[in-house]
Design a protein around this ligand. Structure first.
Ligand SMILES: *Cc1c(COP(=O)(O)O)cnc(C)c1O
Length: 386
């Protein structure tokens, strides 16, 4: 029925490249076989450059939220004081996990759509007057499209108190941003498979430094499936503590190969170029952007249509006329914003499609001529940045 190819532009799940799908479809092997050991060994070590990690990256068979929870349960004891930065729906999720287990939870609220202000956060930390064990933050807050200044945050936290563990939720940006556990002072960095890592949903990743590894061992908080010590031990034997998603482990290796082939720097640059091009195009279509340019994520862009009717029309017509799926808002931004995911298997021309579809929709709806307006601005950025 559709003339247009489906284009999935949600901030997860994201389209999966054929090179990955063909690996995922290979015949099953036993997870206690040497075949699987080879697959696992390659997957754990192959992810290291993507996460900027010195140690092998742990892989759990579960969704991203599982490693948000694991990062907390393996870093903080139940009586510890922990700080959660909440800048949107995923910060809220960290908060909900914290409040499920912990009593001494301190919430640092950031206005949705803004990034953490380093000096205000430092003042907040000082004002707590307690020994803080760990700080948890989003890297990209997917519900708004903000990319927090993780490097400055890490530096500030560690110079305030080098004992503090810095834990970062990178689910919606790892694979599209430059990150380094050492340089950015991160102790634990978690992610999931279905966003910029362009795999189907179902795997979760944990990168950690040696300090965090020792901490996993000391912490007494009850946990079983999410006990990261089990995953660390198994990873040294190129194995897993429980039955893994064997197919998706193969997918990880296909993903790593694709990144090697393109070059990680190019992958990152491609995401930033698409971000920049999309932002100027949306502005040219008189669509307001939720997030300021300097803190905009390279993986997801939120915009504000002129009215609720316009918002609903854009989302519906993109789908019904052009087979393009984008996302709405979450929490109090539901019905206020729309979000375009542009991560993983995404080319500038994929995003050009959504820009041209928006031109047609808005030209009709607003009774003004937008044809070519966004596309021209978009292509000017591609011309200069590619
Ligand atoms: C998607 C996402 C998660 C949660 O992932 P699930 O796979 O749905 O559990 C957590 N944090 C961020 C920032 C995300 O974008």
């Amino acid at each position: 029925m559709h003339y247009y190819q489906p284009l999935l532009l949600t901030p997860g799940p994201t389209p999966v490249p054929d090179e990955i799908m063909s690996q995922i479809q290979l015949p099953m092997v036993g997870h206690r076989s040497s075949d699987f050991e080879t697959i696992a060994e390659n997957a754990y070590s192959g992810l290291k450059p993507i996460f900027g990690a010195q140690n092998d990256v742990l892989i759990l068979t579960s969704s991203g939220t599982s490693v948000l929870e694991a990062s907390m349960l393996n870093i903080a004891n139940l009586e510890d004081h922990i700080v959660i930065i909440v800048s949107g729906a995923f910060g809220n999720r960290f908060k909900q996990i914290a409040e499920t287990y912990y009593k001494n939870v301190h919430i640092y609220d950031v206005t949705w759509g803004e990034s953490v202000d380093i000096n205000s956060f430092l003042d907040y930390l000082k004002s707590l007057n307690v020994k803080v064990t760990a700080i948890f933050t989003q890297f990209c807050e997917t519900s708004t499209g903000v990319l927090h200044p993780i490097h400055e945050l890490g530096q500030t936290i560690k110079s305030y108190d080098s004992d503090i563990y810095f834990v970062v939720d990178g689910v919606s940006c790892i694979g599209a941003v430059d990150v380094d556990l050492v340089k950015d002072h991160i102790d634990v960095l978690v992610s999931g498979s279905q966003k910029a890592i362009m795999l189907p949903p179902g795997l979760a990743f944990v990168a950690y430094n040696n300090r965090a590894k020792s901490r996993f061992n000391e912490v007494t908080t009850p946990r079983f499936y999410l006990d990261l010590n089990k995953y660390v031990d198994a990873s040294t034997k190129h194995s897993t503590p429980f039955t893994p998603n064997v197919s998706l482990f193969r997918g990880v290796n296909a993903y790593v190969d694709l990144v090697k082939h393109e070059g990680l720097n190019h992958v990152i640059q491609r995401h930033y170029m698409i971000r920049d091009a999309l932002r100027v195009a949306l502005k040219a279509l008189d669509l307001k952007l939720l997030v300021k340019d300097d803190v905009a994520s390279p993986t997801v862009t939120a915009f504000i249509p002129n009215s609720k009717d316009e918002l609903a029309l854009i989302k519906n017509q993109l789908k019904s006329r052009f087979n393009i799926t984008i996302a709405g808002g979450q929490g109090h931004l539901k019905g206020e914003i729309l979000r375009i995911g542009h991560m993983g298997k995404v080319s500038p021309f994929d995003i050009l499609s959504v820009v041209s579809a928006l031109e047609l929709i808005l030209t009709e709806y607003r009774n003004a001529n937008y044809i070519g307006k966004g596309v021209t601005k978009f292509m000017e950025v591609i011309q200069h940045e590619s």
